[in-house]
Design a protein around this ligand. Structure first.
Ligand code: ADP
Ligand code: MG
Length: 448
C-alpha cells in the first residue's frame, strides 16, 4: 500500500477529532501512534482469543476469592516483594463478601499453535476508547474497499462504560464512580471520554481523584466511603498498579478505606494479588486450572499457556534438564524475565536477561519469574507517529476486554462477556508493547 500525504493527513485529523490523543511532556496534545493499514488476522486466532476471555474472567474471579490458594501460591512472592506485601496488608482491611466487578483485558499473541496469553489484566485496562476510535477510523479511511466489512468490530469504549453503569444499576448503588488516576497522567483523554459516556449515556455520576487525595480526604461513615461530600459507589482504578503510584502513605490509606467500606473496588486488593505473574505461573502448572474450572474449560484455557518457571525450578527445555535460570541464561532468546510489576517496561529480554539473572538469583529469586517467549511470524505494516508515516516489520498482540459482575462474591456471574479489543502492533525490534510508552501503536484486525 502507498500512503499519500493526503491519506496520512485524513487519518491524523480523524485521530485528533476523535480523541485518539495524549498530552506531550510540554502539555501540548498530539495523536497516539496508530496503524494506517489493518493487521491481516487469522479468523481462528481472533475467535479463540475472544472465546478465552470470559473463561479467564471466571477463572481469575474464582482464584481471587480463594484465600487459602492466594496465601499458598503467593507466600514467597509476598515476602520477597515489598509492593505485594503492601497489597496483602491492604487486603486484611477488607469488608468480606463484597460484590465483584471486573473490567479486564486478556492479552494474547498469535503463535503457530494458536493464541498464547501474555497476561490477563484485571486492573486499569486502558485504551478502550482509543482502540475503538481507530477501528472507526479504518472504516472511514477504507470506505471504498470491498473488504471494509471484514474489519473486526471494536466497541471497547462503549463496553467499559456499559459494564460500570450496569454494575452500578444492578447493585442498586448510589453516589459516584470515582476514577482514581495518577499524578501527571498523559492518557487523560481515554478516561475523559469514558467519564462523559457514563454521565451522558447512562446518567451515572462520576468524579476523579488521586489515591493521595482520597487517602487524605476520604471519610468513612457507617461503613460507607465519602469523598468531598459524595458517596463513593465504585472506586475505578486507573492507577495503583505500580509502586510510583503510591507517593505517600496516604495512597495506602486510600486502599484501606476502599477495602474497609461498601465501595466496590475495581479491582479489589485480593483481585490485584490474584493478578500477579507468580499466580499466572501457578495456574499454568499441569492440572492446576482444574481446581477452579471444569476439565473441558481447563483444557481450553491451558491451550493458551506457554511455559513458566521459577528461577530455581528444575526445568527441561529443548532436551536439556537443569536449573531454570541457568537454562534461561544459556537459551536467552527463548525466555522473558519478569518481576511482579504491571504497566509495561519492566521485563528483561536477551542480553539484559543474561546480565541480570545471576544478580536476581543472589538477591531475590522469588520476586521474578521466567516466561517462555512467544514466537510469531513478522508482517508488514505502516504506522503514523507524530504525523510521520513509518513502514515497519511487525509483531502484534490482541487483548479482548472482559466484563463481568458477581453480585455475590461466591455466586454466579450476572454478566460475563467480552467486548472490543486493544490491538497493539510494534516494530519487530521492540520487546515491550506499551502504546503510551511509544513502543507500539493502535491497530485494527481484519479477517480475510
Ligand atoms: P506488564 O504487566 O508490564 O504489561 P506484560 O507481561 O504484559 O507486563 O509484558 C509487557 C510486554 O512485553 C507485553 O505486552 C509483550 O509485548 C512483551 N512480552 C511479555 N511477555 C512476553 C512473552 N512471553 N513473549 C513475547 N513477548 C512478551
Ligand atoms: Mg501487559
Amino acid at each position: 500500500m502507498t500512503v499519500t500525504t493526503e491519506f496520512a493527513r485524513e487519518a491524523a485529523e480523524f485521530a485528533l477529532a476523535h480523541g485518539i490523543v495524549r498530552y506531550t511532556k510540554e502539555g501540548a496534545v498530539t495523536h497516539l501512534p496508530f496503524s494506517l493499514t489493518p493487521w491481516q488476522a487469522e479468523k481462528e486466532f481472533v475467535d479463540k482469543t475472544r472465546r478465552l476471555t470470559p473463561l479467564f474472567n471466571e477463572l481469575y474471579h474464582r482464584v481471587a476469592q480463594d484465600d487459602a490458594y492466594l496465601e499458598s501460591t503467593l507466600k514467597e512472592a509476598v515476602a520477597a516483594d515489598e509492593f505485594l506485601g503492601r497489597l496483602a496488608e491492604a487486603k486484611t482491611h477488607e469488608l468480606a463478601g463484597k460484590p465483584c466487578l471486573y473490567l479486564n483485558r486478556n492479552d494474547c499473541m498469535p503463535s503457530s499453535t494458536g493464541p498464547k496469553q501474555v497476561e490477563m489484566n484485571l486492573m486499569a485496562s486502558a485504551l478502550g476508547e482509543g482502540s475503538a476510535a481507530v477501528y472507526e477510523m479504518h472504516n472511514f479511511l477504507f470506505r471504498n474497499e470491498a473488504w471494509v466489512g471484514d474489519l473486526v468490530e471494536n466497541k471497547a469504549g462503549e463496553g467499559l462504560a456499559w459494564a460500570l453503569a450496569e454494575g452500578y444499576k444492578q447493585l442498586n448503588l448510589d453516589g459516584v464512580v470515582l476514577f482514581l488516576v495518577p499524578f501527571g497522567e498523559v492518557n487523560v483523554f481515554d478516561q475523559r471520554i469514558l467519564q462523559v459516556r457514563l454521565q451522558r449515556t447512562f446518567g451515572v455520576p462520576t468524579a476523579k481523584a488521586t489515591l493521595e487525595e482520597l487517602g487524605d480526604e476520604g471519610e468513612v461513615r457507617n461503613g460507607k466511603l465519602y469523598f468531598r461530600g459524595q458517596k463513593v459507589a465504585i472506586a475505578y482504578f486507573r492507577t495503583g498498579y505500580a509502586p510510583p503510584h503510591y507517593r505517600t502513605e496516604s495512597a495506602w490509606v486510600a486502599r484501606q478505606k476502599i477495602e474497609a467500606t461498601e465501595t466496590i473496588s475495581v479491582p479489589s486488593a485480593r483481585t490485584q494479588l490474584a493478578n500477579t505473574k507468580m499466580m499466572q505461573l501457578h495456574l499454568a502448572l499441569p492440572g492446576e486450572m482444574q481446581r477452579f474450572m471444569s476439565a473441558e474449560e481447563a483444557a481450553f484455557l491451558d491451550s493458551g499457556n506457554v511455559k513458566f518457571a521459577r528461577l530455581h525450578d528444575q526445568l527441561t527445555w529443548k532436551g536439556q534438564t537443569g536449573t531454570a535460570w541457568e537454562l534461561a541464561r544459556e537459551m536467552h532468546d527463548d525466555w522473558v524475565l519478569k518481576p511482579h510489576r504491571e504497566g509495561g517496561g519492566n521485563n528483561f529480554f536477551g542480553d539484559e536477561l543474561v546480565e541480570l539473572l545471576p544478580k536476581v538469583v543472589a538477591e531475590s529469586a522469588d520476586a521474578y519469574i521466567l516466561m517462555e517467549k512467544i514466537r510469531q511470524p513478522s508482517f508488514s505494516s505502516i504506522r503514523l507517529v507524530d504525523h510521520k508515516v513509518i513502514p515497519c516489520e511487525c509483531f502484534t498482540e490482541m487483548g479482548f476486554f472482559g466484563l463481568a459482575l458477581y453480585p455475590e462474591a461466591s455466586g454466579q456471574a450476572a454478566f460475563n462477556k467480552e467486548q472490543g479489543y486493544l490491538l497493539r502492533t510494534k516494530d519487530e525490534s521492540m520487546n515491550e508493547g506499551l502504546v503510551l510508552g511509544g513502543y507500539s501503536f493502535l491497530d485494527v484486525a481484519r479477517t480475510s
